[in-house]
Design a binder for this molecule. Structure first.
Ligand SMILES: [Zn+2]
Length: 248
């Protein structure tokens, strides 16, 4: 993301110069990524679709996050035979990371390719899926707001999350952990809505230059988001029984 001297934000990997100041430059690359190819690549290898879309940093972070989650689950399964409690803790910690990141990465691979293809990605300042994911993960709670530009709210939430998580773990307050998960889910949806609105507004300024792709809306995202909501609600229900989450 680059900002021109006039203060317009644009994606320098997709357009050579500011599309707001230069209304003649095309917003869509010559060979935009194909959404289903991107989706399938992310299905085959962690972050594969992100790499294919040209988002190297996001691809690397996705790969590392998902590898860490997988390792935690695998190690938890190994540990389970000797120490049931610590094994369960590791498996759950792995799932809490793996499930949302994996579903978001699949949705992002597809939707980002669509947005590059329509030209919306070139004028998108903040990716709504990144904002939602950052606010959903317990360790990065609040970063979604910081990313979205709401720095003060983000820092406050991050600090509060840090304290509340320790408190909930130490005192075995499963209800608190469960509520925290629900609040994280709500702030994740909120971060998505504000960044998505900004994206739609920026794209609307370039209405005539955007390429139309016949589509019934972001269905891949909706399905992934539905599964994530289901997972987080199940997690919140499970956390009411703190014995499952006691620290190893
Ligand atoms: Zn400009």
């Amino acid at each position: 993301m680059k900002v021109c001297p006039e203060g317009h934000a644009f994606e320098e990997r997709l357009v050579s110069s500011c599309p707001f100041c230069h209304p003649d430059i095309p917003l869509v690359p010559n060979r935009p990524p194909r959404p289903w190819v991107s989706f399938l690549l992310s299905l085959i290898i962690f972050g594969g679709g992100q790499f294919y879309n040209g988002r190297k940093a996001r691809g690397i972070l996705t790969f590392l996050g998902l590898s860490a989650g997988t390792f935690s689950i695998w190690y938890g399964i190994v540990e389970f035979a000797g120490n049931k409690e610590s094994g369960t803790g590791l498996i759950l910690a792995g799932l809490v990371l793996l499930v949302p990141v994996w579903l978001f990465s699949l949705a992002d691979a597809y939707e980002d390719a669509v947005e590059i293809g329509t030209g919306a990605a070139a004028v998108t300042e903040r990716n709504p899926r990144v904002a939602a994911l950052l606010n959903l993960l317990p360790r990065t709670w609040g970063f979604g707001y910081i990313y979205a530009g709401e720095v003060r709210t983000g820092v406050l939430l991050f600090a509060a999350g840090f304290v509340l998580t320790i408190w909930a773990t130490r005192s075995g307050l499963g209800v608190l952990a469960s509520l925290l998960t629900l609040v994280q889910l709500a702030t994740s949806a909120h971060a998505y809505v504000i960044t998505r609105r900004a994206q739609t507004l920026a794209a609307a300024k370039h209405g005539a230059r955007l390429r139309k792709i016949p589509s019934g809306g972001p269905w891949v995202f909706r399905i992934a988001a539905g599964l994530i909501v289901f997972f987080e609600l199940a997690l919140a229900a499970l956390q009411v029984f703190p014995v499952l989450f006691s620290a190893p």
